[in-house]
Ligand binder design. Structure first.
Ligand SMILES: Cc1ncc(COP(=O)(O)O)c(C=O)c1O
Length: 444
């Protein structure tokens, strides 16, 4: 099969017909950047309803970690579906949920015992972390970071500070939330250079928040994405996470790593926080954990997760079919795909960095493993955000058969399935190069 292979104008006739039906009946709050209507997928390729074939560097927002329809995941799902679909793991017991909790205890970067709570999505994983932080500490305040995305239910939305539209019209949000500047080193919030910085942006917490707004002994947790996802694929330097741990520990403040997007092998390590050597108290996991089936997990230091029966639960959480998919996914990540993410990711990062020599539109290229962001700017000196150009490049890539997604105001994210090969990465880079050239030429 040739990948990509675009046979019709986009959207093709069948895709257009479905989009028209969607428009009439589906919530208009969804953000569809381009008109892709999927029929089926294999590995890192996707075929639409009109027979067009795309190279997938979006993976359903960083979810299809093992690629589309990986045979081992499909087999695990099919076998479990043939046994039973649901029994509510909050009221009864079944092996896939227990085995997954055991597996998570082995891979989550917390020493000395780990327990897991199961929900259905990233936002539920974060909600569980919020509730457990408050319950375990008896404190109510939480610190999050500007640019963060933690979900859209009312608790996690209160922590989210990515785009104002995500919060607009939904207030009042949860009280007791404070936001601090994130280590966006390309746009350092305090004007320092990454080479010489010691994460001074965190002094805002110590010197401002703790002095003027909230006493540290009333803060339950700090929640951080080791790599901001929706915010623009911004990689926090190791010293930022290390200093955050040093800042939180003496005050008994819990450190929650939101690894919903950066976790499950995508960064080349199982969890992105591992690069810094920092041990969090809780980890929120979702997206890539079950290769596309709905599953969200809050894993915590065992001693912390001591809430009593009835304190928190979810009817569907830890669905047996999702757990079976997660077990097959973890096996594949450990045996091959995490290493592939590191290898192909490094290759892709280098290739995308080379494009910056040709395209003035590229301001920054950053990432770890197969979590790579390219930030577009109108002027490298002023760093004016090239938001319209970003949207145009994403669309030009789509028309060429490359699926990528925007992130933040002006970045493009490459979050392919972790089965992506070096050859496929080269195709993606070539198509991205052509798309940048087209958009640059159209703006002259
Ligand atoms: C870091 C992070 N946390 C939480 C969420 C929320 O996940 P979900 O959309 O599954 O609720 C997301 C989703 O993009 C995310 O990237």
């Amino acid at each position: 099969m040739t990948v990509p292979d675009i046979k019709t104008s986009l959207p093709g006739p069948k895709a257009q017909a479905l989009i028209d039906r969607d428009r009439a009946f589906v919530s208009p709050s969804y953000t569809r950047g381009y008109p892709l209507v999927i029929e089926r997928g294999t590995g890192a390729t996707v075929e639409d309803v009109d027979g067009n074939v795309f190279l997938d560097c979006a993976a359903g927002i960083a979810v299809n970690s093992t690629g589309h329809a990986h045979p081992e995941v499909v087999q695990a799902v099919t076998e479990q579906a043939g046994k039973f679909l649901h029994m509510s793991g909050t009221d009864f017991y079944y092996e896939p949920q227990v085995r997954l909790a055991e597996e998570l205890a082995a891979i989550v970067p917390i020493n000395g015992g780990v327990r897991s709570f199961f929900g259905n999505s990233g936002t539920e994983a974060v909600e569980a972390c919020i509730k457990l932080s408050r319950y375990a500490t008896g404190r109510e305040n939480i610190i999050a970071f500007l640019g963060a995305f933690h979900g859209r239910t009312m608790g996690s939305l209160s922590l989210t500070a990515s785009k104002a539209i995500q919060r607009r019209g939904f207030g009042p949000l949860m009280p007791g939330v404070y936001h601090a500047p994130y280590a966006d080193c390309y746009r350092c919030p305090i004007g320092l250079k990454p080479e010489t910085c010691a994460a001074e942006c965190l002094d805002f917490i110590d010197h401002q928040l703790f002095v003027h707004l909230v006493s540290p002994d009333e803060v339950a947790a700090v929640i951080v994405e080791p790599i901001q996802g929706e915010g623009g694929y911004i990689v926090a330097p190791d010293q930022f996470l290390q200093k955050l741990r040093e800042l939180t520990k003496p005050h008994g403040i819990l450190l929650v790593a939101d690894e919903v997007q950066s976790g499950m092998g995508r960064s080349g390590r199982m969890f992105a926080i591992e690069f810094s050597g920092v041990e969090p108290d809780m980890v929120a996991i979702a997206k890539g954990i079950a290769s596309g089936l709905p599953l969200g997990v809050a894993s915590a230091r065992a001693g912390l997760m001591s809430w009593p029966p009835g304190a928190h639960a979810s009817t569907f959480g830890g669905n047996p079919v999702s757990c079976a998919a997660a077990l097959a996914t973890i096996k594949l990540l450990r045996s091959q795909l995490m290493a592939n993410a590191a290898d192909v990711g490094g290759h892709m990062l280098a290739g995308l960095k080379q494009l910056a020599d040709k395209h003035a539109l590229i301001g920054d290229v950053r990432g770890r493993g197969l979590m790579i962001g390219v930030e577009l700017v109108r002027d490298r000196h002023t760093k004016e955000r090239a938001t319209d150009e970003r949207d145009a490049v994403v669309n030009a890539a789509f028309r060429r058969g490359l699926l990528v997604l925007g992130a933040g105001k002006n970045a493009i994210r490459f979050s392919p399935p972790l089965v992506l090969t070096r050859e496929q990465a080269d195709v993606a880079i070539r198509l991205f190069d052509e798309s940048l050239r087209e958009v640059t030429a159209s703006r002259r």
